[in-house]
Design a binder for this molecule. Structure first.
Ligand SMILES: Nc1ncnc2c1ncn2[C@@H]1O[C@H](COP(=O)(O)OP(=O)(O)OP(=O)(O)O)[C@@H](O)[C@H]1O
Ligand SMILES: [Mg+2]
Length: 306
């Protein structure tokens, strides 16, 4: 009963000239929301594609619902829903037809398919758009429809590859609310994202991935505690000012990092930082709580990716 929904042991995927996933281990437990975070090209989609049985593994072992994805792909896929990173809705069909046709792949009868379609369109607030064609939908509507489509077979596991990338805050919050609703009904969710707010809002546990490897794993709180201090100062300081700033901060325990004209100071003693730098009024700064984004940048660096 307590077997994990997904168990990946040393899974690897190589493409000619690229080792996209380089031997990673992780587990997704029943009923949790598990996140894979990582910058562009980290290997998130490749990992999810292996879990879906869409991309064959180059090595390692991958069990989903306790079964090998290589031996039992059909049985696994019947219990899984997938929201892909790229929209692959059928542009020649209407909103409702996209769901009804998808239901046929799972041998769901016509009458049941119609009932499921109505219910899911209601769930993602697209009932009024049911007869529209896909090219006429906004990006947010397409994402919602992809989520509805992933639920057609009432899956035990839903995989979402960047469910809210490119959406406005309204659409994003609506999707978060729906995903929380899904979790409450007992579904297990596995998602990828580079939106740290999304990860903090939704994920019980997550891994941070880069260059095909897992750098760390834990709950959002554990990762914060492990990698960053309580608060962050962002000083607007060029090279010369930065030198003076570090002089002021010498006696305080802190970690710092410079990126362009910004000096980031991570500390547990904000008061002391304020005091020590008060002699330095011409440098503007922002003071805020440390977030998962700080953890992400600390682990994966600040350089731009491919
Ligand atoms: N079909 C493929 N053929 C060759 N290389 C591939 C293929 N798919 C992915 N890659 C490479 O594997 C690496 C990981 O890609 P992947 O799509 O898994 O990253 P990602 O973490 O999902 O990135 P993003 O955040 O941009 O979606 C990249 O270097 C990519 O170019
Ligand atoms: Mg991807």
């Amino acid at each position: 009963m307590n077997n994990p929904v997904i168990r990946a042991s040393g899974i690897r995927k190589s493409y000619p000239g690229v080792e996209a996933v380089r031997g990673i281990d992780f587990e997704v437990r029943r009923g949790e929301c598990f996140g894979i975070l990582g910058p562009n090209g980290a290997g998130k989609t490749t990992t999810m594609n292996m879990v879906q049985g869409y991309t064959p593994l180059s090595g390692g072992e991958l069990l989903v619902f306790g079964m090998s994805i290589e031996d039992r792909p059909r049985r696994i896929k019947a219990r899984m829903g997938v929201v892909p990173q790229e929209d692959n809705l059928d542009p020649d069909l209407t909103v409702a037809e996209n769901l009804r046709v998808y239901a046929r792949y799972f041998d769901i009868r016509k009458k049941a398919a119609a009932e499921i379609t109505g219910r899911l369109l209601e769930f993602v607030a697209l009932t009024e758009k049911k007869d529209q064609r896909i090219p006429d939908l906004s990006g947010g509507m397409k994402r919602r429809l992809l989520i509805a489509r992933a639920l057609v077979n009432d899956p035990d596991l839903v995989i979402l590859d960047e469910p809210t990338t490119g959406l406005d805050p309204q659409a994003r919050h609506l999707i978060w609310q729906k995903l929380r609703g899904l979790k409450k009904t007992g579904s297990t969710l596995a998602l990828t994202t580079h939106n740290m707010d999304e990860a903090a809002q939704l994920c019980d546990r997550l891994v941070i991935m880069d260059h095909g490897l897992i750098l760390d794993e834990g709950s959002p709180r554990q990762l914060l505690e492990r990698h960053v201090r309580g608060s962050v100062f962002e000083f607007d300081a060029g090279e010369e000012q930065a030198g003076r700033l570090f002089g002021c901060l010498e006696r305080i325990e802190h970690e710092s990092e410079t990126s362009g004209d910004t000096v980031f100071v991570y500390t547990d003693d904000a008061e002391a930082v304020l005091k020590q730098t008060s002699c330095f009024p011409e440098v503007g700064f922002l003071h805020r709580q440390a977030t998962l984004e700080d953890v992400f940048l600390k682990l994966t660096g600040r350089e731009l990716r491919e």
